[in-house]
Design a protein. Structure first.
Length: 299
């Protein structure tokens, strides 16, 4: 049995997909609403994190922040049997991932990063892309887990490489998105509509995945707004901030990514001007909401 911790925007459809494919899963989330929703699709919701881990052969972690990953992993390293796998799906820094893996190894736990790309619709349909670090094949007993969720799995290098690949991919995505928003701003000043410019770009050298899926991406943003009541700037810049921090740890700087961290919130404000915008600190963006950043996450 696998413990799946984190039943949010990505975790919930991933866990539901596993149940559909016959994988035995026990789910846990700090939100009672998320636990109830998991139960409604046939899952068994644990009463606590320790309850979820008690009889599990391994754990998959899909929580929001590095702080929350740390808290879940610490309990997992104590409670999982020797030889168990701890799969980290949450996007965290490569250095932080390496630190987790080293501590897990001391307790004979195999902690690896398996980053996820594709969004909730792909999670529901088993069409995700996995970027795995620290392994060359699915861990023992996890083959069905991987095939249930991912259409493609890339084994990209040592522990932390999955995190690095995910952050690098998202640099390309969000820099591209920022460029599109800036291009729309210019074109709009001269009477070119958004729909027209995107149609032109899709048939020209400006074509990209972001251009082709612009409406789809906008729908995801609006879906998150409908749930929260505001434009969540945090989720837009979180991965770019993590990438910049990871680069700084190696002595490098990501100037373009840092520029996008500053530009994206304003550009998205203008794009979705009829809603409010969150205003968390940059530390909270990486380490979680204020109550989590202070280490008071209730697991």
């Amino acid at each position: 049995m696998i413990a799946f911790v984190g039943l949010g925007n990505m975790g919930a459809p991933m866990a539901a997909r596993l149940i559909e494919r016959g994988v035995e899963v026990v789910g846990w989330d700090t939100s009672s609403t998320a636990r109830e929703a998991f139960g409604a699709v046939g899952g068994r919701a644990a009463q606590s994190l320790d309850d979820a881990l008690a009889n599990a052969s391994g754990v998959a972690i899909a929580v929001w922040s590095q702080t929350a990953v740390e808290a879940v992993a610490a309990r997992a390293f104590r409670l999982l049997p020797k030889g168990a796998a701890c799969i980290v799906h949450s996007t965290i820094g490569p250095g932080h991932m390496r630190s987790l893996a080293q501590r897990a190894e001391e307790r004979d736990i195999n902690c690896i990063d398996v980053m996820v790309s594709g969004g909730a619709p792909a999670a529901r349909d088993g069409g995700l892309t996995f970027m795995a670090g620290g392994i060359e094949k699915a861990p023992d007993g996890w083959a069905r887990y991987f095939t249930a969720l991912a259409r493609k799995t890339y084994f990209v290098g040592p522990v932390g490489a999955g995190c690095a690949a995910k952050l690098a991919n998202n640099i390309m995505l969000f820099v591209n998105n920022t460029a599109i928003l800036e291009a729309l701003k210019l074109a709009g000043q001269f009477g070119v509509s958004e729909a027209t410019l995107l149609e032109v770009a899709s048939a020209s050298t400006g074509r990209s995945w972001s251009v082709d899926t612009w409406d789809f991406q906008g729908g995801l943003v609006q879906e998150r707004m409908a749930k929260s009541g505001h434009l969540d700037v945090d989720f837009l810049v979180k991965d770019l901030e993590l990438a910049c921090r990871a680069a700084e740890e190696t002595g490098a700087q990501l100037e373009l990514s840092q520029a996008c961290v500053e530009l994206m919130p304003e550009y998205y404000r203008n794009r979705f001007a009829d809603v409010g915008v969150t205003d968390r600190s940059r530390t909270a963006v990486i380490d979680g909401p204020p109550e989590q950043a202070r280490g008071k996450i209730d697991l």
